[in-house]
Design a protein around this ligand. Structure first.
Ligand SMILES: C[S@@+](CC[C@H](N)C(=O)[O-])C[C@H]1O[C@@H](n2cnc3c(N)ncnc32)[C@H](O)[C@@H]1O
Length: 283
C-alpha cells in the first residue's frame, strides 16, 4: 500500500467521525451525534444509550449515503440540513478520509462515516432508524451475471428495508435516491420498481436538462456533485436520477422474473456500450 494511503488510514483511526466496522450501533446514532457535537473524545460506543429509533428519525432524521466514496453527499447535505444526521458508508478508508477530513475542518458535527461492506449494512442500524438513502454513482455492474451486485437489486433493497423508516404521509421518509450516469442501471432500477410495485416519485434520464430543472420535480439536493459524477465513465453525458419508496413487500419469487426481464433488454446495450467505450466495463 502506498505511503499516502497509509497516512490516511492512520488518520481516520483517530477521527471521532469515522467508525470502522463498529459493533453495537443500532439505535445509538442519535446519542452518537450528541457526543460528536459535544466534542467528547473518545466516544465510547458501548456506553452510548440506545434510544427509540422511529422517534429519533422524526426529530433528527438520519440519512445514509451508500457507497459514498469521498462522501460528497454526506458532507453537502450536512451543510444544507444542520438538524439532520448524515452517515456515509464505504469500504475504502482513503476515500472516506476525504469527506471525514472536510467535515472535521468545517465543524460539521452532523456528519459521520462508517467503513464497512455494504453487505453488512443491517448490522449498523435499528428498525426504522434511517429516514432516507442516497446511492450516488455506484458501480453499474454491467454484466448480467453481476446483476445481483447492483445496489438497487431486490437483494439489497431487502436489506435496506430492515432499517428504513416506513412510509408516512409527509412523503419525506422511506425514500431511496439513485443518481447514476449508467442508462443500464437506470433502466434496471426502473424495472425493479415496476415489477415489485414500488412507488416511483421521480425518474429522469436527464437530470440537468432545463425542462427538468425548471419543473416542480427538481430537488435542490440533486445539485451536489460527486467525484465520480465528474468522470462520465458511462460516456452517456447525462445524469439519470430516480427517487422511489421502498413501500412494498419484495417477494423472493419475483427475482427470477426480474432476471428474465433484464436478460431481454440488457444484452445488446451492454455489448454496445463496451464497444462504444472501447474498454471494459468498470466492474
Ligand atoms: C464508483 S464509486 C462512487 C463513489 C461516490 N458515490 C461518487 O459518486 O463519487 C463506488 C464506491 O462504492 C464503494 N463500494 C463498492 N463496493 C462496496 C461494498 N461492497 N461495500 C462498501 N463500499 C463499496 C467503492 O469503494 C467506491 O468508493
Amino acid at each position: 500500500m502506498g505511503q499516502k494511503k497509509l497516512i490516511k488510514f492512520a488518520a481516520i483511526k483517530e477521527y471521532e467521525n469515522v467508525l470502522e466496522y463498529p459493533q453495537d450501533m443500532p439505535g445509538k446514532w442519535n446519542a452518537f451525534f450528541k457526543e460528536l457535537a459535544k466534542g467528547t473524545k473518545p466516544i465510547v460506543l458501548e456506553e452510548l444509550p440506545n434510544s427509540p429509533s422511529a422517534q429519533n428519525a422524526t426529530t433528527h432524521p438520519l440519512v445514509l449515503e451508500l457507497a459514498c466514496g469521498r462522501g460528497e453527499y454526506a458532507v453537502g447535505l450536512g451543510r444544507m440540513f444542520p438538524n439532520q444526521h448524515f452517515v456515509g458508508l464505504d469500504l475504502k478508508g482513503n476515500r472516506i478520509w476525504k469527506g471525514a477530513s472536510i467535515a472535521n475542518r468545517d465543524g460539521l458535527k452532523n456528519v459521520a462515516f462508517i467503513r464497512t461492506q455494504i453487505d453488512q449494512v443491517t448490522q449498523y442500524f435499528a428498525k426504522e432508524e434511517v429516514s432516507e438513502i442516497w446511492i450516488t454513482f455506484p458501480d453499474p455492474q454491467l454484466r448480467l451475471s453481476k446483476a445481483k451486485k447492483r445496489l438497487t437489486h431486490p437483494k439489497y433493497l431487502r436489506l435496506y428495508q430492515q432499517f428504513l423508516k416506513k412510509d408516512d404521509a409527509s412523503n419525506t421518509t422511506g425514500l431511496v435516491h439513485l443518481k447514476t450516469d449508467s442508462p443500464n442501471l437506470y433502466l434496471f432500477t426502473k424495472t425493479v420498481i415496476e415489477l415489485f410495485g414500488l412507488t416511483l416519485i421521480t425518474a429522469t434520464d436527464d437530470l440537468y436538462s432545463t425542462a427538468f430543472m425548471q419543473s416542480d420535480k427538481w430537488d435542490d439536493r440533486c445539485s451536489i456533485k460527486t467525484y465520480y459524477e465528474g468522470l462520465n465513465i458511462a460516456s452517456s453525458n447525462r445524469i439519470h436520477y430516480i427517487q422511489f419508496k421502498l413501500d412494498k413487500e419484495l417477494p423472493l419469487e419475483l427475482d427470477e422474473k426480474l432476471k428474465e426481464m433484464i436478460a431481454e433488454f440488457e444484452v445488446t446495450e451492454t455489448h454496445d456500450s463496451l464497444a462504444r467505450n472501447g474498454k471494459q466495463a468498470m466492474e
